[in-house]
Design a protein around this ligand. Structure first.
Ligand SMILES: *Cc1c(COP(=O)(O)O)cnc(C)c1O
Length: 345
Protein backbone atom coordinates (compact mmCIF):
# COMPACT_ATOMS: atom_id res chain seq x y z
CA UNK A 1 0.00 0.00 0.00
CA UNK A 2 1.43 3.36 -1.03
CA UNK A 3 -1.14 5.45 0.83
CA UNK A 4 0.37 7.56 3.62
CA UNK A 5 -1.23 7.43 7.06
CA UNK A 6 -2.28 10.53 8.98
CA UNK A 7 -2.91 9.67 12.61
CA UNK A 8 -4.92 12.14 14.68
CA UNK A 9 -4.75 11.71 18.43
CA UNK A 10 -8.15 12.72 19.84
CA UNK A 11 -6.93 12.22 23.41
CA UNK A 12 -4.20 14.79 22.74
CA UNK A 13 -6.82 17.28 21.48
CA UNK A 14 -8.87 16.67 24.62
CA UNK A 15 -5.80 17.11 26.82
CA UNK A 16 -4.92 20.39 25.09
CA UNK A 17 -8.47 21.70 25.54
CA UNK A 18 -8.42 20.75 29.22
CA UNK A 19 -5.02 22.36 29.79
CA UNK A 20 -6.08 25.60 28.06
CA UNK A 21 -9.33 25.55 30.04
CA UNK A 22 -7.37 25.39 33.30
CA UNK A 23 -5.40 28.50 32.38
CA UNK A 24 -8.41 30.80 32.78
CA UNK A 25 -11.54 31.24 34.85
CA UNK A 26 -13.48 31.79 31.63
CA UNK A 27 -15.62 29.31 29.74
CA UNK A 28 -13.42 27.63 27.13
CA UNK A 29 -15.06 27.23 23.75
CA UNK A 30 -13.52 25.40 20.77
CA UNK A 31 -12.84 26.72 17.28
CA UNK A 32 -13.48 23.98 14.71
CA UNK A 33 -13.68 26.04 11.49
CA UNK A 34 -12.23 24.66 8.25
CA UNK A 35 -13.01 21.03 9.16
CA UNK A 36 -11.36 21.46 12.57
CA UNK A 37 -8.20 22.90 10.96
CA UNK A 38 -8.20 20.05 8.47
CA UNK A 39 -8.27 17.28 11.07
CA UNK A 40 -11.92 16.21 10.63
CA UNK A 41 -14.72 18.10 12.36
CA UNK A 42 -16.76 14.95 13.08
CA UNK A 43 -14.32 13.09 15.32
CA UNK A 44 -12.69 16.27 16.65
CA UNK A 45 -15.87 18.08 17.71
CA UNK A 46 -17.32 14.88 19.18
CA UNK A 47 -14.17 14.40 21.27
CA UNK A 48 -14.22 18.05 22.43
CA UNK A 49 -17.89 17.81 23.40
CA UNK A 50 -17.07 14.71 25.47
CA UNK A 51 -14.31 16.66 27.20
CA UNK A 52 -16.83 19.35 28.15
CA UNK A 53 -16.79 21.99 25.41
CA UNK A 54 -20.26 23.56 25.20
CA UNK A 55 -19.67 26.35 22.71
CA UNK A 56 -18.14 25.93 19.26
CA UNK A 57 -17.08 28.41 16.60
CA UNK A 58 -17.07 27.95 12.84
CA UNK A 59 -16.40 30.39 9.97
CA UNK A 60 -19.44 29.71 7.78
CA UNK A 61 -23.12 28.94 8.37
CA UNK A 62 -22.67 25.84 6.16
CA UNK A 63 -20.00 24.59 8.56
CA UNK A 64 -22.36 25.32 11.44
CA UNK A 65 -25.13 23.23 9.89
CA UNK A 66 -22.76 20.28 9.43
CA UNK A 67 -21.55 20.67 13.01
CA UNK A 68 -25.13 20.67 14.29
CA UNK A 69 -25.71 17.30 12.57
CA UNK A 70 -22.58 16.01 14.34
CA UNK A 71 -23.27 17.38 17.82
CA UNK A 72 -27.06 17.30 17.94
CA UNK A 73 -29.02 19.87 19.93
CA UNK A 74 -27.42 21.41 22.99
CA UNK A 75 -24.01 22.91 22.26
CA UNK A 76 -24.00 26.51 21.07
CA UNK A 77 -22.62 26.95 17.56
CA UNK A 78 -21.38 30.44 16.70
CA UNK A 79 -20.59 31.65 13.18
CA UNK A 80 -17.77 34.19 12.72
CA UNK A 81 -18.94 35.40 9.28
CA UNK A 82 -22.25 36.44 10.84
CA UNK A 83 -25.50 36.47 8.90
CA UNK A 84 -24.87 36.54 5.14
CA UNK A 85 -27.50 36.87 2.43
CA UNK A 86 -29.13 33.46 2.04
CA UNK A 87 -28.08 32.14 5.48
CA UNK A 88 -31.43 32.53 7.27
CA UNK A 89 -32.66 28.96 6.63
CA UNK A 90 -29.35 27.46 7.76
CA UNK A 91 -29.21 29.66 10.86
CA UNK A 92 -32.79 28.85 11.83
CA UNK A 93 -32.68 25.17 10.82
CA UNK A 94 -29.46 24.39 12.65
CA UNK A 95 -30.04 26.86 15.48
CA UNK A 96 -26.82 28.76 14.86
CA UNK A 97 -25.69 31.97 16.55
CA UNK A 98 -24.33 34.40 13.95
CA UNK A 99 -21.71 36.89 15.15
CA UNK A 100 -23.14 40.00 13.46
CA UNK A 101 -20.37 42.07 11.89
CA UNK A 102 -22.16 45.19 10.62
CA UNK A 103 -25.38 47.17 10.74
CA UNK A 104 -26.33 45.51 7.44
CA UNK A 105 -26.00 42.08 9.01
CA UNK A 106 -27.96 43.23 12.06
CA UNK A 107 -30.83 44.48 9.88
CA UNK A 108 -30.79 41.31 7.79
CA UNK A 109 -30.89 39.19 10.93
CA UNK A 110 -33.72 40.94 12.77
CA UNK A 111 -35.80 41.21 9.60
CA UNK A 112 -35.43 37.61 8.47
CA UNK A 113 -35.30 35.90 11.87
CA UNK A 114 -36.90 38.15 14.49
CA UNK A 115 -36.22 36.85 18.00
CA UNK A 116 -33.45 34.45 16.89
CA UNK A 117 -30.28 34.67 18.98
CA UNK A 118 -27.12 36.40 17.78
CA UNK A 119 -23.75 37.65 18.93
CA UNK A 120 -21.84 40.78 18.00
CA UNK A 121 -18.33 40.97 16.61
CA UNK A 122 -16.47 44.24 17.16
CA UNK A 123 -13.40 45.46 15.32
CA UNK A 124 -10.86 46.73 17.84
CA UNK A 125 -8.09 47.47 15.36
CA UNK A 126 -7.47 44.44 13.15
CA UNK A 127 -9.67 45.84 10.36
CA UNK A 128 -10.89 42.40 9.35
CA UNK A 129 -14.33 41.59 10.74
CA UNK A 130 -16.72 43.34 13.06
CA UNK A 131 -18.41 46.64 13.77
CA UNK A 132 -16.20 49.66 14.28
CA UNK A 133 -16.70 52.14 17.09
CA UNK A 134 -19.02 54.49 15.17
CA UNK A 135 -21.26 51.66 13.95
CA UNK A 136 -21.33 50.08 17.38
CA UNK A 137 -22.17 53.38 19.07
CA UNK A 138 -25.17 53.80 16.76
CA UNK A 139 -26.41 50.25 17.31
CA UNK A 140 -25.29 49.44 20.82
CA UNK A 141 -28.47 50.15 22.79
CA UNK A 142 -30.76 48.42 20.28
CA UNK A 143 -28.45 45.39 20.09
CA UNK A 144 -27.96 45.08 23.84
CA UNK A 145 -31.72 45.33 24.45
CA UNK A 146 -32.01 41.99 22.63
CA UNK A 147 -29.56 40.17 24.91
CA UNK A 148 -26.78 39.09 22.55
CA UNK A 149 -25.36 35.68 23.32
CA UNK A 150 -21.80 37.04 23.11
CA UNK A 151 -19.88 40.20 22.30
CA UNK A 152 -16.46 39.43 20.87
CA UNK A 153 -13.39 40.81 19.15
CA UNK A 154 -10.15 39.29 17.86
CA UNK A 155 -6.49 40.10 18.51
CA UNK A 156 -4.18 40.74 15.54
CA UNK A 157 -0.85 40.08 17.30
CA UNK A 158 -1.59 37.54 20.03
CA UNK A 159 1.24 35.27 18.86
CA UNK A 160 3.59 37.99 20.18
CA UNK A 161 2.54 38.44 23.81
CA UNK A 162 4.57 41.64 24.27
CA UNK A 163 3.26 43.37 21.16
CA UNK A 164 1.73 46.76 22.13
CA UNK A 165 -1.20 46.05 19.78
CA UNK A 166 -2.55 43.54 22.33
CA UNK A 167 -2.99 46.16 25.06
CA UNK A 168 -4.36 48.66 22.59
CA UNK A 169 -7.03 46.23 21.40
CA UNK A 170 -7.83 45.19 24.97
CA UNK A 171 -8.32 48.87 25.89
CA UNK A 172 -10.51 49.45 22.82
CA UNK A 173 -12.57 46.35 23.62
CA UNK A 174 -13.09 47.49 27.20
CA UNK A 175 -14.04 51.00 26.11
CA UNK A 176 -16.63 49.53 23.75
CA UNK A 177 -18.07 46.92 26.14
CA UNK A 178 -17.47 47.84 29.80
CA UNK A 179 -20.70 47.65 31.77
CA UNK A 180 -22.68 45.43 29.40
CA UNK A 181 -24.43 42.30 30.67
CA UNK A 182 -23.61 40.05 27.71
CA UNK A 183 -20.66 37.66 28.01
CA UNK A 184 -17.49 38.97 26.37
CA UNK A 185 -14.73 37.19 24.45
CA UNK A 186 -11.42 38.54 23.16
CA UNK A 187 -8.92 35.69 23.19
CA UNK A 188 -8.01 32.85 20.87
CA UNK A 189 -5.09 30.56 21.79
CA UNK A 190 -2.57 33.40 22.03
CA UNK A 191 -4.76 35.46 24.37
CA UNK A 192 -5.41 32.48 26.65
CA UNK A 193 -1.64 32.38 27.23
CA UNK A 194 -1.55 36.07 28.18
CA UNK A 195 -2.59 37.53 31.53
CA UNK A 196 -6.13 37.35 32.86
CA UNK A 197 -7.02 40.84 31.63
CA UNK A 198 -7.38 39.20 28.21
CA UNK A 199 -9.61 36.31 29.29
CA UNK A 200 -13.06 37.89 29.86
CA UNK A 201 -15.97 35.39 29.98
CA UNK A 202 -15.33 33.07 27.03
CA UNK A 203 -12.09 32.04 25.30
CA UNK A 204 -11.89 30.70 21.74
CA UNK A 205 -8.80 28.53 21.23
CA UNK A 206 -8.24 26.80 17.92
CA UNK A 207 -4.60 26.05 17.01
CA UNK A 208 -3.60 25.23 20.59
CA UNK A 209 -6.10 22.37 20.61
CA UNK A 210 -4.41 20.95 17.52
CA UNK A 211 -0.88 21.09 18.89
CA UNK A 212 0.39 24.30 17.29
CA UNK A 213 2.19 27.48 18.32
CA UNK A 214 1.84 29.81 20.11
CA UNK A 215 0.89 27.08 22.62
CA UNK A 216 4.43 25.74 23.15
CA UNK A 217 3.32 23.20 25.76
CA UNK A 218 0.69 21.61 23.52
CA UNK A 219 0.60 17.82 23.26
CA UNK A 220 1.36 16.89 19.62
CA UNK A 221 -1.77 15.77 17.78
CA UNK A 222 -0.81 14.63 14.28
CA UNK A 223 1.55 11.97 12.99
CA UNK A 224 2.17 11.55 9.27
CA UNK A 225 3.82 8.32 8.08
CA UNK A 226 4.72 8.01 4.42
CA UNK A 227 5.60 4.65 2.80
CA UNK A 228 8.86 4.18 0.90
CA UNK A 229 8.17 2.92 -2.63
CA UNK A 230 11.74 2.16 -3.68
CA UNK A 231 15.35 2.79 -2.74
CA UNK A 232 18.20 3.24 -5.21
CA UNK A 233 21.88 4.05 -5.20
CA UNK A 234 22.70 7.40 -6.71
CA UNK A 235 26.32 7.96 -7.76
CA UNK A 236 28.25 11.18 -7.33
CA UNK A 237 27.31 13.64 -10.09
CA UNK A 238 23.85 12.17 -10.75
CA UNK A 239 20.71 14.26 -10.26
CA UNK A 240 17.38 13.69 -8.52
CA UNK A 241 13.89 14.79 -9.52
CA UNK A 242 12.43 17.47 -11.74
CA UNK A 243 14.70 20.20 -13.00
CA UNK A 244 17.89 18.41 -11.84
CA UNK A 245 17.97 20.78 -8.88
CA UNK A 246 19.84 18.28 -6.68
CA UNK A 247 23.23 16.95 -7.76
CA UNK A 248 24.80 14.21 -5.62
CA UNK A 249 28.17 15.25 -4.19
CA UNK A 250 28.88 11.69 -3.08
CA UNK A 251 27.39 8.25 -3.55
CA UNK A 252 24.11 8.08 -1.63
CA UNK A 253 21.04 5.93 -1.05
CA UNK A 254 17.85 7.65 -2.10
CA UNK A 255 14.35 6.55 -1.14
CA UNK A 256 11.29 7.68 -3.07
CA UNK A 257 8.34 8.19 -0.73
CA UNK A 258 4.64 8.20 -1.61
CA UNK A 259 3.37 11.72 -0.93
CA UNK A 260 3.85 15.13 -2.47
CA UNK A 261 2.47 18.59 -2.86
CA UNK A 262 -0.96 17.21 -3.78
CA UNK A 263 -1.06 15.95 -0.18
CA UNK A 264 -0.29 19.37 1.26
CA UNK A 265 3.46 18.89 1.53
CA UNK A 266 4.38 22.36 0.41
CA UNK A 267 6.70 22.26 -2.60
CA UNK A 268 8.55 25.40 -1.56
CA UNK A 269 9.99 23.76 1.56
CA UNK A 270 11.85 21.08 -0.43
CA UNK A 271 15.53 21.75 0.24
CA UNK A 272 15.05 22.93 3.84
CA UNK A 273 12.97 20.02 5.09
CA UNK A 274 13.63 16.54 6.40
CA UNK A 275 11.74 13.42 7.30
CA UNK A 276 12.66 10.81 9.89
CA UNK A 277 13.49 7.14 9.43
CA UNK A 278 13.36 5.90 13.01
CA UNK A 279 15.87 8.13 14.81
CA UNK A 280 17.66 9.18 11.61
CA UNK A 281 17.00 12.51 9.95
CA UNK A 282 16.73 12.16 6.17
CA UNK A 283 16.98 15.28 4.04
CA UNK A 284 14.55 15.93 1.23
CA UNK A 285 16.47 15.91 -2.07
CA UNK A 286 15.48 17.93 -5.10
CA UNK A 287 11.99 19.10 -5.90
CA UNK A 288 8.88 17.78 -4.23
CA UNK A 289 6.67 16.21 -6.94
CA UNK A 290 2.89 15.98 -6.88
CA UNK A 291 2.87 12.45 -5.40
CA UNK A 292 6.52 11.67 -4.68
CA UNK A 293 9.52 12.97 -2.75
CA UNK A 294 13.15 11.85 -2.82
CA UNK A 295 14.98 11.58 0.49
CA UNK A 296 18.50 10.68 1.56
CA UNK A 297 18.43 7.42 3.53
CA UNK A 298 22.19 6.83 3.42
CA UNK A 299 22.48 7.12 7.20
CA UNK A 300 19.41 5.08 8.11
CA UNK A 301 20.10 2.07 10.34
CA UNK A 302 18.17 -0.18 7.93
CA UNK A 303 16.34 0.47 4.66
CA UNK A 304 13.14 2.17 5.91
CA UNK A 305 9.68 0.86 5.04
CA UNK A 306 8.14 4.21 5.88
CA UNK A 307 9.25 7.61 7.20
CA UNK A 308 7.71 10.23 9.47
CA UNK A 309 7.09 13.78 8.26
CA UNK A 310 5.06 14.89 11.30
CA UNK A 311 5.15 13.36 14.75
CA UNK A 312 7.52 12.71 17.61
CA UNK A 313 10.57 14.19 15.85
CA UNK A 314 9.05 17.03 13.95
CA UNK A 315 6.11 19.32 14.75
CA UNK A 316 3.77 21.14 12.38
CA UNK A 317 5.67 24.33 13.27
CA UNK A 318 9.06 22.88 12.33
CA UNK A 319 7.68 21.88 8.94
CA UNK A 320 6.00 25.28 8.66
CA UNK A 321 9.31 27.02 9.30
CA UNK A 322 10.94 25.10 6.43
CA UNK A 323 8.05 26.09 4.16
CA UNK A 324 8.09 29.74 5.24
CA UNK A 325 4.58 29.50 6.67
CA UNK A 326 2.72 28.77 9.92
CA UNK A 327 1.45 25.57 11.54
CA UNK A 328 -2.13 26.59 10.75
CA UNK A 329 -1.41 26.37 7.02
CA UNK A 330 0.38 23.03 7.32
CA UNK A 331 -2.65 21.54 9.11
CA UNK A 332 -5.31 22.98 6.82
CA UNK A 333 -3.30 21.91 3.76
CA UNK A 334 -3.14 18.22 4.76
CA UNK A 335 -4.69 16.46 1.80
CA UNK A 336 -7.71 14.23 1.34
CA UNK A 337 -5.59 11.33 0.06
CA UNK A 338 -4.28 10.10 3.40
CA UNK A 339 -5.54 7.10 5.28
CA UNK A 340 -6.87 8.99 8.30
CA UNK A 341 -6.68 7.11 11.59
CA UNK A 342 -8.13 8.43 14.81
CA UNK A 343 -6.77 7.23 18.12
CA UNK A 344 -8.33 7.81 21.52
CA UNK A 345 -11.67 9.57 21.91
C1 LIG B 1 -9.58 31.27 13.94
C2 LIG B 1 -10.09 32.15 15.00
C3 LIG B 1 -9.92 31.81 16.35
C4 LIG B 1 -9.01 30.70 16.80
O1 LIG B 1 -7.68 31.16 16.70
P1 LIG B 1 -6.41 30.31 17.12
O2 LIG B 1 -5.26 31.22 16.92
O3 LIG B 1 -6.38 29.14 16.18
O4 LIG B 1 -6.57 29.88 18.52
C5 LIG B 1 -10.58 32.58 17.30
N1 LIG B 1 -11.31 33.65 16.94
C6 LIG B 1 -11.45 34.04 15.66
C7 LIG B 1 -12.26 35.23 15.33
C8 LIG B 1 -10.84 33.31 14.65
O5 LIG B 1 -10.96 33.70 13.37
Amino acid sequence: MAQATLTIDLDAIRANWRALDRKTDAETAAVVKADAYGLGVGPVATALAKEGARRFFVALAEEGAELRRILGPGPEICVFSGHMEGDADLIAGANLVPMLNSIDQMLRHVESLPGHGFGIQLDTGMNRLGMELAEWSALRDIALAQNPALVMSHLACADEAAHPMNTRQNDNFRAMTDGIDAPRSLSATGGVLMDESFHFDVTRPGIGLYGGLPYVDAVPVVTLDIPVIQIREVAVGETIGYGNTFVAEENIHVATIAAGYADGIIRAMGPKASVWAGETRCKILGRISMDLIGIDVSNAKAPPVSVELLGRHQSIDTVAEAAGTIGYEILTSLGARYNRRYTGA
